[in-house]
Design a protein around this ligand. Structure first.
Ligand code: SF4
Length: 363
């Protein structure tokens, strides 16, 4: 099959160790998702990421610890106060610790604790400190909270968190009430506080242009992020962006691939994530998933899956079962990954077949 000569040249340069620039990223993002050229981009990123990350995968769990109609009111979000139906609820520290234990049992190396844009800072800080004392030491505590000050970040670091997820999202300030400058300032404070910055290109929808995607991706190329990647937007019924629908997994994989090629020379970027967890992403340069629940417990009747009643995860957006650590390991095994990665980027446990979570794709 003939591949466009310009695309071939970009991929050849990447193969030889040259990260793509922003203009080249735009060119690759403008390719139709099911064209031979886009397939070649995904394939090139797959080959390079396997080498870059020694064919190891990374699992980082997620727990929504505080849920309420959110004043951020983002046009894409399940929790936006203008269209949500959620009722306020907070998980107890016992429930959170129990979920963390299951993440650790399933091979996760960190857990994101997610709140709404406004949250009780002292409560969250004390929760992190308590968890740090209670949960396995190899499970990093990572914050996914609203904009915070430098002193708050130092307090969180002292309480035991090692990193924070924060993103200046696509169409920030247009599809959200957040100020893009405030988002970037928080990211810079995270880095200055000595915490790892976790980033994604999100929430990717069909309406985002190649230029918008490349621009948003580039903050994670210019600033040192420990993790980059891409997350699709799930269309929330009743939300203003619902009518746009969602991108295909091929398109999501294409964005992941461009992120992988753009960060090729970024030594601090030690994993590339895709959300929703899916096999196409693993063949497009991603090596990290965010499981929504930890290991199913063999004492549970008929290995019942968690049902999402306790706290929230991205499964709530999909109105679907939570994807477990076992599901994620099975997808990584099916994609030919050999090991899970530890916090230092070294191999931890080999990936082996499991009795749980036989699904091979997102739910
Ligand atoms: S994306 Fe975050 S800030 Fe925006 S409405 Fe949802 S929870 Fe609030």
């Amino acid at each position: 099959m003939n591949i466009d000569a310009g695309v071939r040249r970009i991929l050849k340069d990447a193969e030889e160790g040259k990260p793509i620039n922003k203009i080249e990223a735009e060119t690759l993002l403008a390719l139709p998702a099911n064209s031979p050229e886009a397939a070649a981009v995904r394939s090139a990123a797959n080959v390079l990421s396997r080498r870059r990350f020694s064919n190891m995968g990374l699992l980082l769990g997620q727990i929504g610890v505080d849920m309420a109609p959110c004043e951020g009111d983002c046009a894409f979000c399940f929790f936006a106060k203008s269209h949500t139906t959620v009722q306020p609820s907070v998980l107890s520290s016992d429930q959170i610790a129990a979920r963390c234990e299951r993440f650790a049992a399933g091979g996760a190396r960190g857990v994101f604790l997610m709140t709404m844009h406004r949250f009780g800072f002292e409560w969250f800080r004390d929760l992190c400190a308590e968890l740090r004392r209670r949960i396995p030491p190899e499970l990093e505590i990572l914050a996914n909270v609203g904009d915070v000050t430098s002193s708050q970040l130092h307090e969180l670091r002292d309480a035991g968190i090692s990193g924070a997820y924060h993103v200046c999202r696509l169409r920030e300030g247009t599809d959200s009430w957040m100020n893009p400058g405030d988002r970037r300032a928080t990211i810079e404070r995270i880095i200055e506080a000595g915490l790892s910055w976790f980033n994604l290109c999100e929430p990717v929808g069909p309406e985002h242009t190649p230029a918008e995607l490349a621009e948003q991706i580039w903050m994670g190329v210019e600033l040192p992020c420990r993790q980059h990647g891409a997350m699709q937007r799930f269309p929330v019924p009743g939300s203003p962006l619902y009518h746009h629908g969602q991108v295909s997994l091929a398109r999501l994989g294409q964005v992941v691939a461009v992120v992988a090629l753009a960060t090729r020379a970024s030594p601090e970027t030690t994993s590339i994530a895709v959300n929703v967890s899916n096999l196409v992403g693993l063949f497009s340069g991603a090596n990290a998933f965010f499981p929504e629940a930890g290991e199913p417990d063999s004492r549970d009747a008929e290995f019942e899956r968690p049902d999402g009643r306790d706290g929230f995860t991205t499964a709530l957006w999909r109105q679907s079962n939570e994807i477990t650590t076992a599901d994620c390991r099975n997808m990584m095994l099916a994609a030919g990954f050999s090991h899970l990665m530890d916090a230092n980027g070294k191999p931890s446990s080999p990936l082996e077949p499991t009795a749980f979570g036989q699904s091979q794709s997102a739910h």
